[in-house]
Design a protein around this ligand. Structure first.
Ligand code: C2E
Ligand code: CA
Ligand code: CA
Length: 749
């Protein structure tokens, strides 16, 4: 309970005004005295003095009081006007005694409006806070205790502001309420800040790890998610730098770039690998933001990151689902198209060829319908495995869906001559692999497949066209009775068919003796014939005389070359036999070419001896030409075979010498009697120094080992002269004679 301060506190001031009153009284008395001088009655003197004194005191007190009140009010206003809080004083009827300027500034209303509207302040309190406000006013009047209240007002401009309001009532000495005074502090900014802080505090504890460092990159704070992800407690890392999290998987340049970006843009975002406390390395997505103070200097770095291990796994899984077939794990159509596009670009760049094999299982639907999808799936998985076994790295096996598969042979081939046989051979291999019996659910199953093949050269065709063409070829394959392959490209298909026919014809040729032996003389330095090499020709009924390169490779492919070689050997022996008694011909040995396939046969030695014996010829007249490829695989076995025949009198010649892997050490072990320098060296012996050196070395080496040397493919006198100068003594080539028919050879003397 308080009384207005300026009435109670400063009594001393009264004395000053009382003294002033007395002075007035004394002057009044002196004035009276002036009149008294004419009267001399004491009564007339005392009464006016007393009266004058009384009036003087009364007047001076009243004046002092008025002055004092005005002075106090002025002082109060002077202070209140400057106060940050806005202050108002109200009378009991609610009318405003005083409203401070800051009150006007905050609420937006003018002084006049306050004075005109006694309850203006109550009206400003927002609707929701009205009950609170009324309770507060009630309590204050009831208990008379000043009370603090946080209340919201709506300003004239409609803005919402928070006030920290304190008020107390003003009472007289008897405790009667005279009015209310109140101070109000606008705390809106503080409240908002507090709200932001609590939002920030909540945000800090999110599922993303947050790391706050100072400008020197020393860790100041870390949240719970940080501990969960990294395994480090905040207390373990505070004061350290985030480099304790490094995995060592990124080089210095990576971090330098990160800091450069941070310095330049104030922010870095990316993925990186870090290490947990446990030592595990994990992928994270990290954002670092540089926080700057008012001067623009970096005060902190805030790093926010999340563990993206699961995300990465999901990404990989999505990738797998998007690009791979779930059943077989083979690339799907999407990935195939992608790889085809790449292969075509590479093929264009390298001017190479590639092939697409479109494969479809025959009767798959039947299997699926009768045995169920499980069994069908088993077959598809097995087919996928078999296809993979048929191709090389760089090729692609894809499943387009259902029982459709595609094999892409990447562009690795220089010419269509290479790619056609390779595509055909892979396709044949695929067919053979897919035609092998399957075991499905313990039951044997025999399935076949059809293949359509198309080639690509650069990207002249689109991927769609390519797949369409191979599909069309597949259709052709299906139409022609299934279990077969077809080329889309008409010329390829013709070539394919021609080769297939050739293989068939070759069997007939063997039976019907269409193969003809030609004889190419081998001569000594004087040009006298000292032997001949037997070279095969095929007198084809429709295609005329075919050279070895037109049929030998296919005879090899068809597995007929061994039979052909023995046929040639037998016929050669028959000629030797026939020449017996002819003075010139009977002393001419014949050299027969023997392929690896023939030489590798287990019965090779016996079969050769059987032929020689059957024909009753001198084995010394039989020479067998082998190439190194026949020998290198099984050297010991080869040595054994050659030795046995050698001891029976048969001689061996090593053909095409110099092109293979010949090492001196292994040559020495071979019981052969002759080397034939490959045509390739002879061709350039005059022009290429290196070829001359090789030829010379071979001759020298052969002589050291006690071997004869034959130079084949001698076409010019110059070549002959050089070879003679190297010490070569036996020659074969167009310079002396082309391969001759039997009649020509026999009549040549
Ligand atoms: P090869 O054994 O190296 O036969 C020598 C080849 O060189 C023959 O080709 C022959 O005609 C050719 N030739 C000879 N002198 C010259 C010359 O001065 N210049 C040129 N440019 N070439 C010359 P051909 O008859 O076409 O035979 C090619 C290949 O076919 C033979 O190479 C041989 O590997 C194989 N061949 C031929 N007949 C048979 C055979 O009965 N059985 C086996 N397995 N392979 C055979
Ligand atoms: Ca030969
Ligand atoms: Ca040769």
């Amino acid at each position: 309970m308080e009384v207005l301060p300026f009435l109670s506190r400063h009594r001393g001031i009264y004395l000053r005004y009382t003294l002033l009153g007395l002075i007035i009284v004394l002057s009044f008395a002196s004035f009276q005295l002036f009149f008294v001088l004419g009267d001399h009655q004491p009564r007339h003197f005392i009464i006016p003095v007393l009266l004058g004194t009384f009036i003087g005191i009364l007047l001076s007190t009243l004046v002092a009081l008025r002055y004092e009140i005005a002075e106090r009010k002025r002082a109060f206003r002077a202070v209140a006007d400057l106060a940050q809080e806005f202050i108002y004083v109200r009378n009991l009827d609610g009318s405003y005694e005083y409203v401070s300027p800051s009150c006007l500034a905050v609420t937006g209303y003018s002084q006049e409006e306050y004075y005109a509207r006694p309850h203006l302040m109550d009206e400003l309190i927002v609707e929701d806070d009205q009950p609170l406000w009324r309770q507060h006013v009630h309590r204050m009047h009831e208990h008379g205790v000043p009370e603090r209240l946080l209340i919201r007002i709506r300003t004239l401009q409609g803005e919402l502001r928070w006030l920290e309001h304190v008020c107390s009532d003003v009472r007289d000495v008897q405790g009667r309420i005279l009015g209310v005074r109140s101070t109000n502090l606008d705390v809106t900014d503080r409240i908002l800040r507090e709200q932001q802080l609590s939002v920030a505090a909540i945000a800090f504890e999110t599922h993303e790890a947050i790391l706050i460092t100072d400008a020197d990159n020393r860790i100041m704070r870390a949240n719970k998610a940080f501990t969960e992800i990294t395994g480090y407690e905040a207390s373990e890392v505070i004061g350290k730098t985030p480099s304790i999290l490094k995995s060592g998987k990124h080089d210095q340049a990576f971090y330098e770039k990160m800091w450069a970006t941070l310095g330049r843009e104030g922010r870095w975002e990316g993925e990186l690998l870090d290490r947990r406390k446990s030592g595990d390395i994990y992928p994270k997505h990290l954002t670092i933001t540089a926080v700057k103070d008012e001067q623009g200097k970096v005060s902190n770095y805030v790093g926010i990151f999340s563990d993206i291990t699961a995300h990465k796994q999901a990404e990989a899984e999505i990738h797998r689902l998007a690009f791979y077939d779930t059943l077989t794990s083979l690339p799907n159509r999407r990935l195939l198209v992608d790889r085809l596009q790449q292969a075509m670009v590479t093929s264009k760049r390298n001017d190479g060829y590639g092939a697409v094999l479109f494969i479809d299982l025959d009767n798959f639907k039947e299997l699926n319908d009768t045995q169920g999808h499980d069994v069908g799936d088993q077959l598809l998985i097995e087919v996928a495995n078999r296809l993979l076994a048929c191709v090389r790295t760089g090729d692609t096996v894809a499943r387009l869906g259902g029982d459709e598969f595609v094999v892409m042979l990447a562009s690795l081939f220089d010419t269509d001559l290479d790619v056609v046989p390779r595509a055909e051979s892979v396709a044949s291999k695929v067919l053979a692999a897919l035609h092998m019996p399957y075991l499905l659910n313990g039951q044997p199953y025999h399935g076949t497949a059809s293949i359509g093949v198309t080639l690509f050269h650069g990207n002249e065709k689109s991927v769609d066209e390519l797949l369409k063409h191979s599909d069309m070829a597949l259709y052709q394959a299906k139409n022609s009775g299934r279990a077969t392959l077809r080329f889309f490209d008409p010329s390829m298909q013709q070539a394919l068919e021609a080769r297939a026919r050739l293989r068939m014809d070759m069997r007939v040729a063997l039976r019907e003796r269409q193969f003809k032996l030609y004889f190419q003389p081998q001569v000594d330095a004087e040009g006298d014939c000292i032997g001949a090499e037997v070279l095969l020709r095929w007198q084809h009924p429709e295609r005329g005389l075919l050279q070895p390169k037109e049929f030998i490779p296919y005879a090899e492919e068809a597995g007929l070359i061994g039979d052909i070689d023995f046929m040639v050997l037998e016929e050669a022996c028959m000629h030797l036999r026939a020449w017996q008694g002819d003075e010139y011909l009977q002393q001419i040995p014949l050299a027969v070419n023997i392929s690896a396939a023939a030489f590798m046969r287990d019965d090779f030695v016996d079969d050769v001896l059987a032929i020689i014996n059957r024909c009753g010829v001198d084995s010394a007249l039989v020479k067998l030409e082998l190439t190194e490829t026949s020998l290198v695989d099984r050297v010991d076995e080869s040595i054994g075979k050659i030795s046995r025949l050698k001891s029976a009198g048969v001689r061996f010649s090593l053909d095409d010498f110099g092109t293979g892997f010949s090492s001196l050490a292994y040559l020495r072990q071979l019981p052969i009697s002759q080397l034939k320098i490959d045509r390739a060296f002879v061709r350039n012996v005059v022009t290429e120094r290196s070829d001359a050196v090789i030829a010379k070395t071979i001759v020298g080496m052969a002589h050291n080992l006690g071997l004869e040397v034959v130079a084949e493919g001698v076409e010019t006198k110059e070549q002959l002269e050089v070879l003679v100068s190297f010490g070569c003594r036996i020659f074969q080539g167009y310079l002396f004679s082309r391969p001759l028919s039997l009649v020509e050879f026999e009549s040549r003397r």
